[in-house]
Design a protein around this ligand. Structure first.
Ligand code: GDD
Length: 323
């Protein structure tokens, strides 16, 4: 089969990166990616032999320029990021270096090399719904024109990178598409996010005798969850059919409380588990609710296909296989 194009995924060995790599390989793309030194490629086990993988820390400007000029991708999916919102409060400097600095280095590498820019058809920058901050219920569902009001170091770093992408598109005509992903979940997501945190705790509790108490953080928050496999398909569609300069949301269009997510997960547990909120797991500032307006993405022919219950069940099975 003739290749559909040469795609580069930064952060290919991670959660969404690995599913996107599978999606692109299955669709006939030639796929390269970058991972951090020492980062496991376990997530890529199914397709490892079909990928070209380079070690890259996006905090190095020179290394970004080297990788891009060696590979000269037609599509760049920039996924490499510090993505844990709660942990971003502990190391805001690192978050800015990776999320803002990394995006700047990649964009500069494209801008400064005619050859790299010449072969590029699309630069998909993945930002986050967390950038919208503490919106009021009346503003839901959130459309792409919603003003950004970031309230975490993570969201600030992503908003800065998102603005930078808009500037590089307008100033230099780079074919940048800005994607704002709402929460995604599924197997391979590491702890630090609510669904793998709760699924991992339940998998360990299932092995324990006596009272089983599931500790959680804030249960009142509401989020818009999409299965990572649907998200990977959305990234591919946006790269193929999206328009440079545009912003696209990826989400389910529905919002669900973390309380309900915890209840559904406990319902899937093999032994009875009770839920207790733990003040130690809450954040200094919280985004109460997020819900995407996905009209634009639906116009590209996308809609979510995997139910939240299926995502939770698959994630729980993933953690059961690891405890
Ligand atoms: N992590 C975590 N662990 N969160 C918990 C827990 C817990 O044990 N208990 C309750 N929560 C609450 C958090 O306080 C938050 O309100 C909600 O569950 C979701 O938390 P996360 O899964 O950590 O996601 P997030 O919404 O902060 O950020 C995620 O979504 C963004 C898109 O909106 C991350 O995946 C970001 O990288 C992503 O950009």
């Amino acid at each position: 089969m003739q290749s559909r194009g040469l795609a580069l995924i930064t952060g290919i060995a991670g959660f969404a990166g690995s599913f996107l790599a599978e999606e692109l390989v299955a669709a006939g793309f030639t796929v390269c990616g970058t991972r951090l030194r020492g980062e496991s490629t376990e997530n890529l086990a199914r397709i490892r032999r079909r990928l070209g993988i380079r070690v890259l820390d996006v905090r190095s400007r020179e290394a970004c320029a080297r990788v891009l000029s060696d590979i000269r991708p037609e599509i760049i999916f920039h996924l490499a990021a510090f993505s844990d919102v709660g942990a971003s409060f502990a190391d805001p400097g690192l978050v800015m270096q990776v999320n803002f600095g990394g995006t700047l280095h990649l964009l500069e590498a494209v801008r400064q090399s005619k050859k790299t820019a010449g072969s590029l058809r699309a630069f998909i920058n993945v930002a986050s719904s967390d950038m919208y901050g503490r919106v009021s219920p009346a503003q839901l569902p959130l459309a792409e024109g919603q003003p950004l009001q970031p309230v975490s170091p993570y969201a600030i770093s992503k908003a800065a990178a998102d603005f930078l992408c808009a500037t590089y598109h307008h100033a230099y005509g780079l074919p940048i598409i800005r994607v704002r992903a709402f929460n995604h979940a599924g197997p391979r997501q590491r702890p630090g996010f609510v669904i793998p945190d709760l699924a991992g705790r339940i998998a360990r509790l299932e092995l324990r005798a006596g009272r089983r108490i599931l500790k959680t953080g804030n249960l009142a928050a509401r989020r818009d969850f999409t299965d990572v496999r649907d998200v990977a398909r959305a990234y591919r569609l946006i790269a193929q059919q999206g328009k440079a300069g545009e912003i696209y949301h990826i989400g389910s269009g529905k919002t669900v409380s973390i309380q309900k997510v915890a209840r559904l997960l406990c319902g899937l547990a093999r032994r009875p588990v009770s839920v207790v909120q733990d003040a130690g797991l809450t954040r200094p500032v919280e985004v109460p609710v997020l819900q995407a307006d996905i009209t634009k993405l639906k116009k590209l022919g996308w809609q979510p296909t995997i139910s939240l219950t299926q995502t939770l069940s698959d994630t729980l099975d993933y953690y059961r296989s690891r405890v």
